[in-house]
Write a protein that binds this ligand. Sequence first.
Ligand code: ADP
Length: 505
Amino acid sequence: MSLRSRLSLLSVGLLLALLFASGIASYVALGTYQRINEAGALDRRYDTTLREFRITSTGLARPGVSGCAPSRTSPTRPFVNGRLNPVFAVGCVAPAFAGQGISSVVLGLDAGVLGCATVRAALNECVVGTSAYPTLPAGDYLAALRGNQRRYYLVGTGAEEQLVVLHRFPARGRAIALVQLSEGTQTLQQTQRSLLIVLAISSAALILVAAALTPVLVGRALRPLRRVTEASTALASGRLDHRVQEPATDDEVGRLSRAFNVMAAAVQRALHVREESEASMRTFVSDASHELRTPLTTLQGQLDVLGRGAAADPAELRTSLESMNREVSRMSALVEDLLTLTRLESPGATGRRDVVDMDGLVAETVDEQSVRSPAQAVAVTPAGRATAVVAGDRGQLRRVVLNLATNAVKYAPGGVHRWLTQVTHDEVVLSLSDDGPGISSDVLPRIFDRFYRGPQEAGRAPGSGLGLAIVRSIVEAHGGRVTVESGRGTTFRVHLPRLAQGGTD
Ligand code: ADP
């Protein structure tokens, strides 16, 4: 079953249950309300009638009613031995409270019936216990005589049901009898039944409307979800640029659509990065193989020459051995550089965190350089006061300085090579400027690429094209960056995060 059908069924089912529960509650509440109302009407009738009784010198009297007329000669004396006279109860008290559809029963202090009356029945014809004169359990009467009566009582069921209220009948400051007023609840039941019919019809109509509209509305609400499903399918089938149309709302579905688009973009980016990295790996492997092939071919050639008898000639043998020696050195330098680059790209390449003073490092490297190329003039301007301090791998940082210095000697011999160390708030900036021919602007963006070599001068041994790539990898692995400016002469700048040292600033 689809989500739409399930949600629709659930909504309509819930509505049905709620309507049913509220119908029952309304039915019961209306019944109770009507009974309380009716009991109140009986109470008011009792109170109004009671006010018409008064105590006379001859007893209890109700003017205008013959059975109640006070008379010294009347046989119906209100009291006999201090109790309500049953004849008087039947002739005067009971008829006084009875009315259209309302019957009254007068009970003595022992809960025995003294008299009863209805408007229809003739006096003295009361048969207590019939539907006209309902009887409550004796316990209820005795409790009511003690003043513990309930708001109302119900006797009988269905068409025979009677609503009963009990009142203590007072005279001479005390209760001398109990008056029971009762009436049938048929009219109340009729009203309740009518309500039930109205509720049933209106509920059925509501359910029909809900059953027709809910699937449409649920379908509409689920439309964005359907779009997300379609987009997921498209993504799975390789259409990485497919996105969900985001609804303007900020509800769950809106958030899901946005989250999906963010995820799809991340997947697309990740795949793009992977493709790029695979492509660059392929280029790297092919370049590396190409670079290694050249010295190997030379070695092969020299070995062939030697094999054809050149080894017998000492001069040719020496030339071949020198050439082979050069190629082997070139190859080991290349392999060494490749290894360095590969290590730098693996995670945690710069695990070491030595405290390195860049001024000291430059001074050391320049000394080393002067041994190899004593004719080269070098000027060093340190930052001084031991402020150019960074945290990193000392050996790798030394390699950065050495590669830059070696390049300067190789590509910009003569003039002065100027080393300058500067510190800013959070960086150490090391620069090397030379007075060489400079690097042309079309070559400049590529000099940090692996295996890139600029135009080579005749007679100069070709480099591997990895020197600056290694410089960039090391600097970036230390959280820094390297820049180059070239015009008349070239300046390389290495920016490294400065190690803040308390009190050295
Ligand atoms: P390699 O020196 O092995 O060729 P590098 O990566 O060190 O490789 O340098 C790449 C290229 O950048 C060099 O071939 C050269 O053309 C250019 N280059 C580097 N340093 C300088 C410099 N100081 N002056 C002029 N050109 C330079």
